[in-house]
Design a protein around this ligand. Structure first.
Ligand code: FES
Length: 140
């Protein structure tokens, strides 16, 4: 399977790449399959209804092009959403929004969704418990 134009665009022109100077939460995750790393930074604010939202989000990815594109797409999907909505973003949704991914690259979308969850856990003072390796195998 070829990479879609959308995926290639997010790889070549990643959105929200970098770091936030004073983040409210940071999530750093490593991919158990390939060892690639990703860091997600979030800034939290409240909307008019008083709900907590992801006001700003940035990422740093030490990984392959598919991981960079996934991170970029995740930040686009999460920005402005309430935390509860953002936590519902799945790796499948990220891959779908990118126009699909080759089967052997699906594991690359794991990091983005997990990184955001870990950043929110950090913001909330909670421990991130998701087992990435287990999740990976569940989708193979
Ligand atoms: Fe490691 Fe893609 S090969 S995230």
């Amino acid at each position: 399977m070829q990479y879609s134009k959308i995926l290639m665009d997010h790889f070549k022109n990643p959105r929200n790449q970098g770091e936030l100077k004073s983040p409210d939460g940071v999530g750093e995750v490593g991919n158990p399959v390939c060892g690639d790393m990703m860091k997600i930074y979030i800034e939290v604010d409240k909307n008019k209804k008083g709900e907590e939202i992801i006001k700003d989000i940035k990422f740093q990815t030490l990984g392959c092009g598919a991981a960079i594109a996934s991170s970029s797409m995740l930040t686009e999907m999460a920005k402005g959403k309430t935390i509860e909505e953002a936590l519902k973003i799945t790796r499948e949704q990220i891959a779908e929004k990118l126009g699909g991914m080759p089967k052997e690259k699906i594991h690359c979308s794991v990091l983005a969704a997990a990184g955001l969850k870990k950043a929110v856990a950090d913001y909330r003072g909670e421990t991130f418990t998701e087992d990435l390796e287990e999740e990976e195998h569940a989708h193979c």
